[in-house]
Design a protein around this ligand. Structure first.
Ligand code: ZN
Length: 162
């Protein structure tokens, strides 16, 4: 797998609208398997379809030996607050302190098209919120203060040049 599989900021595909999935067929399921393989290959906690250049509402999260396939996910409830270091495969080498809900309830469809509800807390809540953000065109650097963002962008540009 080449490094170019992952779309890196500021690739415009990361900001484009993502379409809802309507067809739950074998093609979708093999796409989901491909996403999981890429997530593991890059040692990510999660991966969203636009990060591999596909503007569809599909994300995967791998956490504590469990895999979550989130299709057309919507966060219906968020509670509390946690602040922690967060990275993103589309910002290799950049880590920022980001505020996220301590717990989120997310409704989504699985790869069979069945409706599911997940209550996620802690790091899983952070990962789910991060991936749902991707599917809405929202990125890590949008979650920090404007001042911090200016520094982060500069730092990331230097990392990319190195
Ligand atoms: Zn990300």
């Amino acid at each position: 797998m080449s490094q170019e599989v992952i779309r890196v900021y500021p690739d415009p595909v990361l900001r484009e609208p993502n379409e809802d999935v309507a067809l739950f067929d074998d093609q979708l399921r093999s796409f989901v398997e491909e996403m999981k393989a890429i997530m593991y290959a890059y040692d990510g906690l999660g991966l969203a379809a636009p990060q591999i250049g596909v503007n569809r509402k599909v994300a995967v999260v791998g956490y504590e030996g469990r895999e979550y396939v989130l299709i057309n996910p919507v966060i219906v409830e968020a509670k509390g607050n946690q602040i922690g270091e967060e990275g993103c495969l589309s910002f290799p080498g950049l880590f920022e302190r980001v505020s996220r809900p301590e717990s989120v309830t997310v409704e989504f469809l699985d790869e069979q098209g069945q409706p599911q509800t997940l209550l996620a807390t802690g790091l899983l809540a952070r990962a789910v919120a991060h991936e749902v953000d991707h599917l809405n065109g929202v990125l890590l650097i949008d979650k920090i203060s404007p001042l911090r963002r200016t520094f982060a962008k500069k730092k990331f540009r230097r990392l990319q040049e190195a």
